[in-house]
Design a protein around this ligand. Structure first.
Ligand code: DGL
Length: 264
């Protein structure tokens, strides 16, 4: 099949988290047409069961692919990727890029060899995380914490609310209260919502290095589409929600190239 220059990149998350992957992608591919789908009807994924995610995500992505004919789909969500990536890949006939916890680069950076993994409750219990830890960080102590509060705080921030620093600190504090937690020097932001709180997290825990997958995923998308044609000019992106919700502020979304917001 020949791709036309206006074939979009499809981004998918439960909410606004995928913007932390879209941002670095647009730095590399500024003219890429974007469709960003937020499954607000299924939000928050972190509180759902594996079975719910495994049936919901491939079905929804299948519908979106039929409707928008993207050149590539990005599951910009660690919860959906760690549970359903393989299933989505086998169900769809296009390249699918997932988002998995950046444990490998964290292990390359940590000096204390104690790494925090901050994700959703569903992500931090996945065997996929055990496999990444065993493969890339076997000599590190990995401390995990699932925080639905941080997901909510990121949604609120993008909705235009002023964020309470103490609430951000309290949400991540259990990592440091765990045995050996006082030796953490590197934290993997294993939920795409969390880099949206980078400033707040850095202020709450100075001296910690935060690592997220966004820039690496952006490079992967650019690599996979390296021989493809793009529009000559920047296109306003489309953001879709699966239910009527309070949208993130349009001023924020413009910074991510989004020009239109709709309910699917
Ligand atoms: N942004 C998502 C992730 O990366 C999920 C947040 C949620 O819906 O709980 O895991």
């Amino acid at each position: 099949m020949t791709l036309t220059p206006d074939a979009p990149l499809l981004f998918f998350d439960s909410g606004v988290g995928g913007l932390s992957v879209l941002g670095p992608t647009l730095k590399l591919l500024p003219n890429a047409p974007i469709v960003y789908a937020a499954d607000s009807a299924g939000y928050p994924y972190g509180k759902r069961s594996e079975a719910e995610i495994a049936s919901r995500v491939p079905a929804l992505l299948g519908r979106l692919v039929e409707r928008f004919h993207p050149r590539l789909a990005v599951i910009a969500c660690n919860t959906a990727s760690t549970i359903a990536l393989e299933h989505v890949r086998s169900a769809l006939d296009l390249p699918v890029v997932g988002t998995v916890p950046a444990i490998k680069p964290a292990a390359e950076m940590s000096r204390t060899r104690v790494i925090g993994v901050l994700g959703t409750q569903a992500t931090v219990r996945q065997p996929y995380v055990d496999e990444l830890a065993a493969r890339f960080a076997a000599d590190c102590t990995i401390i995990r914490h699932g925080s639905p509060e941080l997901v909510e705080l990121a949604e609120a921030k993008l909705g235009g609310d002023i964020i309470d620093f103490d609430a951000v600190r309290a949400a991540a504090q259990p990592l440091f209260d765990a045995p050996d937690g006082d030796r953490i020097d590197t934290i993997v932001l294993a939920c795409t919502h969390f880099p949206l709180l980078d400033d707040e997290l850095t202020a709450a825990f100075p001296g910690i290095t935060y690592i997220d997958g966004g820039p690496g995923i952006a490079r992967r998308i650019a690599y996979l589409t390296r021989d493809q044609a793009w529009p000559r000019e920047t296109q306003p992106g489309l953001m879709l929600f699966t239910s009527p919700v309070r949208h993130p502020s349009l001023a924020t979304l413009t910074g991510y190239g989004i020009g239109e917001v709709k309910t699917l």
